[in-house]
Design a protein around this ligand. Structure first.
Ligand SMILES: Nc1nc2c(ncn2[C@@H]2O[C@H](COP(=O)(O)OP(=O)(O)OP(=O)(O)O)[C@@H](O)[C@H]2O)c(=O)[nH]1
Length: 208
């Protein structure tokens, strides 16, 4: 007979195109919010320097492969990196549009189609440029028993916020931003206005 008593936060197996992972979902701490999700590989209990990405939800990119941003490529790239290394985690935060939600993000896209950049569009609509709050990451890392992380990001603010939460970030791991015509302005704005570690390469566009 199948066991029907399921423990809270029990992990499930998740075979993916990028290899075999485990996954857990956490009940939201605030009613009405979406569960935080972690997809991970390896026994991370007590481990130091774990390869980790905090990835904010991007329905347009992560689900539909939108090229207006680099979210989909970064997610795939990280899963490949974790698979190759044999361990690590992606904490998937339900902070669509840097926390302004999907409907508002699409409104900013309308302004972007009229010439505003991603920062100007948020400001013009009286929306915060970045409304993300990352405390769910601490909850997940504690649950997995991770002691310190190497954070996969090009965003200096993510490292600072993680450290403010008390997460030990021992290193930053660069992640390549796949450039194309559709996302070049988005990447340029991240670099110039949000301080992202992106280098412009004359021949090939933006790389890390
Ligand atoms: N407001 C707004 N949000 C966007 C836009 N394009 C993408 N996003 C959101 O930006 C967020 C990107 O999150 P991440 O990829 O985790 O983080 P990041 O700050 O870009 O930093 P990295 O770790 O270097 O990728 C997601 O929530 C996307 O939905 C946009 O044009 N406007």
């Amino acid at each position: 007979m199948a066991q029907t008593q399921i423990a809270e936060n029990q992990s499930i197996q998740l075979p993916t195109l990028f290899g075999d992972f485990m996954m857990k979902a956490y009940d939201p701490e605030v009613l009405g919010e979406q569960p935080t999700v972690v997809i991970f590989k390896g026994d991370l209990q007590g481990r130091e320097d774990v390869l980790v990405r905090f990835h904010s939800e991007c329905l347009t990119g992560d689900i539909f492969g939108s090229l207006r941003c680099d979210c989909w490529q970064q997610l795939q790239e990280t899963l490949k990196m974790i698979h190759e290394e044999g361990s690590g985690a992606v904490i998937y935060l339900r902070q669509e549009g840097r926390g302004i939600d999907l409907v508002n993000k699409l409104k900013t896209y309308i302004l972007q189609e009229q010439g505003y950049d991603t920062v100007e569009a948020n400001v013009a609509l009286d929306l915060p440029v970045d409304a993300r709050e990352d405390s769910a990451c601490l909850r997940v890392l504690n649950d997995l028993g991770v002691r310190s992380i190497r954070l996969v990001t090009n965003n200096p603010d993510k490292i600072e916020k993680a450290r403010e939460l008390g997460i030990e970030v021992t290193d930053r791991v660069e992640i390549e931003a796949g450039v194309c015509d559709a996302n070049e302005r988005y990447l340029q704005t991240k670099k110039e206005k949000m301080g992202h570690f992106l280098k412009k390469n004359q021949q090939e566009g933006f790389l890390i």
